[in-house]
Design a protein around this ligand. Sequence first.
Ligand code: ZN
Length: 380
Amino acid sequence: MNQEIPIARIAGIRVAAHWSVLVIGALLAWSVAAGVIPVAAPGTSVLIAWLVGTGTAVLLIASLTAHELAHSLVARQRGVAVEGITLWVFGGVSHIKGDWGSARTEIAVAVAGPATTLILAGLFYGIAAALDAVGAPPLAVVVPWWLAVVNVTLLVFNTVPAFPLDGGRILRGILWAHRGDRASATRSAALWGRIFAFFLMAAGLVDFFLTSDIGGIWLVFIGWFLETANRAEVQGESVQRMLAGVTVGQVMTPNPVVVPGWVSVDVLIEQYAMRYHFTTFPIHDISGHIQGLVTLRGMKRVAVAERGHMRAADIAIPLEQVPTAASGDPLVDLLPRLGISSDGRALVFDGDQLVGIVSPSDIARRMQLGELRVMPPRAA
Ligand SMILES: [Zn+2]
């Protein structure tokens, strides 16, 4: 279920939008067309108000994109892997896949977004002031003025030192630099993030019950979203820490049983699935090349009557859809590539040679071992 709509590639960074950005765009256009313009420029026709409102909403979404692009470009410039940007209902998300490397990098990447928003707010304010000074009509002045105000609001919200907001990332970077310990810096920044998230949710609920204003519910949503994002980041980081320095070769199951792709599904089940305790089997073609991967799930989908004349190759996941790695690769780099298309499996090759297979249970086992190592001893 991929609801992302690709929009553009800017400076090599993929920009996509979740469908929810259309909802937020429509809400913004409506609030400008029906709320801001009638007050600032009474007498504007409804059609003009909506056209201007829509244009203003597009400019605001462009401002959010510029903010995220700034994060991504600084990250890439400092050697951190960036996958792209997704715009959605709460603004934008930069998909930064690589490791931060250093506290300075984290601070620089986090500062880049709010700095861009600040520049944009100043720019819009300057345009509004200049238009006002030359006596432009109110409709022309209110658009940049509104964009300046909203950008300043976003700037203030973003710089609250609550992880994972930009301010929280800056805080973590500073604590990390100061203490020399990223895990402890993350715990402190995450605590502030959590306090802020619960504060937003509580304030939203109180506001809703006191005033029946729907805006309160919006605050509850933002708080809940921040809390969820906070938890995901902290968990992701503890996985990274537990698996730091672990190579694919250390977790893989070596020497997997390889099946000729031309055997029937019947034979596959009787001679392989029943005999070995594996749940997936790589298959090879007549020249010995690995063609793909068959899974127990795939075998189960074949009707009993069909098993005699379908071949293993017919039900295999093709090699192009199976993530592959070398045994010396860091495991944390492979993790984000493991997907549902291959049942969470990856094949490990050294050169042309298949040397192992990685399964979710291999990784789970390794993570538990990692916990054993990372956890402080319990006081008697
Ligand atoms: Zn940001």
